[in-house]
Write a protein that binds this ligand. Structure first.
Ligand SMILES: [Zn+2]
Length: 480
């Protein structure tokens, strides 16, 4: 068995040579997901789905704490509804999947499988809202969406994916703008504290904003290969949709007014981000807060008297402390095989326990983030493990932050910009604000303006592309 696992590990592509293959190998070989018979659609296996459930759990608590409620809307949208908002339909039309038949009969009106739910939710909001007393409506839904993309990759871009979409309506512009910012902050805090994934928060350029939004805000993370990943977005929709869908309310001043609106979402893409920020040449490295299994207990010389009993005792103690723990007592696998399995799957801590350890009332903890081995006493083992999990969590964020700092470059002119792009990472540069410069940068280098960060610095006075007077500092990178 051990031999089979060695082969298993060596089949992980060398990530310095082929990052993309390394990524795919990880997804498939650690049992996160598999390809399905439907083109571009993936099956999320229990280990991958376990990560998603933890993401959901953490985010859902944050949504509820900020006053949101969950609801569910149909996955089918009548064509006439989608067509109501011109910019929105234009943005999504190329990747919309149509339903045209029910049984053997052509449908009277074609249906779209939701690529996002603004239109169907707006049609309901217009029914539900009459007075300022009905506002705000702060709803979220957890669901799947379909975008029929040509090129797909597990978690990063698939024809069907899971996400949450928040849709809120408010009485005033200020309230809606505040909500847009609030949810972006929730996402940023979640990414840093739960996924150990540092992000840059800012506003998208007009060119890159969501179809139908007034402003789109994003959080952008840097992957280990130097490419950026848009990890979440929050849109200020203004009154575009409320005017089209006639969402009006009678205000305190007895005036009939249009509502102000937001929408925001994150998806299973975050799992792709987790992999590309933390995993290494040995396999996944999962932050304890989302790891489906936080500790594996591996008994050594399991058949010897007392080992399995003691291991079970430790298992009970860890479980009682709320730790997600697995006791791997499969006697068809060698300890070496189990160690490799832990490393591949990114289990934050493995606990090794043998007869000699038991004699001296200790065990060995191996942390996945640094591979450090620590001898610890069996007294208060649950507390020791909890402290270690916290330390792993914060160390992973520190490590990711360090990587981002080391791969963020400043470019003052075109020459420096080309050199910075070569080094792979975020490029901080000034931009004149003109869409032509933005388009040229994309056309000539394949890199895009990720966002205009809230934290502005004046790295130069001139646009990195045209040399004219600069308006903003932007983050530019090649992206997923
Ligand atoms: Zn320019």
């Amino acid at each position: 068995m051990a031999k089979r696992n060695e082969e298993f590990v060596t089949h992980l592509a060398d990530r310095s040579e082929d990052f993309s293959q390394w990524y795919t190998d990880l997804v498939l070989k650690t049992d996160l997901a598999d390809y399905s018979p439907v083109r571009g659609c993936m099956v999320i296996k229990p280990y991958g789905y376990g990560i998603w459930e933890n993401i959901q759990h953490e985010l859902d608590a944050r949504f509820k704490a900020t006053g949101h409620k969950n609801a569910y809307f149909p996955m089918f949208i009548p064509e006439s509804l989608l067509n109501k908002e011109a910019e929105h339909v234009e943005g999504f039309a190329p990747e919309v999947l149509w339903v045209t038949k029910g049984g053997n009969e052509e449908l009277a009106e074609r249906l779209v499988v939701r690529p996002t739910s603004e239109t169907i939710i707006c049609s309901m909001y217009s029914k539900w809202v009459q007075s300022y007393r009905d506002l705000p409506l702060l709803y979220n839904q957890w669901c799947n969406v379909v975008r029929w993309e040509k090129t797909t990759r597990p978690f990063l871009r698939s024809a069907e994916f899971l996400w949450q979409e928040g849709h809120t309506i408010h009485a005033t512009r200020e309230e809606a703008e505040e909500e847009t910012q609030r949810m972006l902050k929730v996402y940023a805090e979640f990414c840093e504290n739960v996924l150990a994934m540092p992000v840059v928060s800012g506003v998208k350029t007009k060119n890159e904003k969501f179809a139908g939004a007034e402003d789109t805000y994003s959080i952008e993370a840097l992957m280990q290969d130097g490419k950026a990943l848009q990890a979440g977005t929050s849109h200020f929709l203004g009154q575009h949709f409320s005017k089209v869908f006639d969402i009006k309310f009678l205000d305190k001043d007895s005036q009939l007014k249009y509502c102000w609106q937001t929408s925001w979402g994150v998806s299973t893409r975050l799992i792709g981000g987790l992999i590309m920020v933390h995993a290494d040449e040995r396999g996944l490295v999962l932050p304890p807060k989302v790891a489906p299994e936080q500790v594996h207990i591996i008994p050594i010389a399991m058949h010897k008297g007392g080992v399995l009993e003691k291991a079970t005792e430790l298992y009970d103690a860890l479980k009682a402390a709320g730790i997600r723990v697995v006791l791997n007592d499969d006697d068809s696998q060698s300890p070496g095989y189990k160690f490799n399995d832990c490393e591949m799957k990114g289990i934050p801590v493995r606990l090794e326990l043998g007869p000699r350890d038991i004699e001296s009332s200790k065990c060995v903890l191996v942390r996945r983030d640094t591979m450090e081995k620590i001898d610890v006493s069996l007294d208060n083992i649950a507390q020791t493990v909890l402290t270690l999990l916290d330390d792993i969590q914060s160390n992973m964020l520190k490590k990711a932050l360090k990587h981002r700092e080391e791969h963020t470059f400043v470019a003052k002119d075109r020459k420096e910009f080309d050199e910075a792009l070569e080094k792979k990472g975020f490029v901080k540069a000034m931009w004149c604000g003109c869409p032509e410069c933005e388009a040229k940068i994309k056309e000539e280098t394949g890199a895009t303006i990720r966002n205009i960060p809230f934290e502005q610095e004046n790295v130069s006075d001139k646009c990195v592309y045209c040399g004219k007077e600069a308006k903003h500092m932007v983050y530019i990178a090649r992206a997923y």
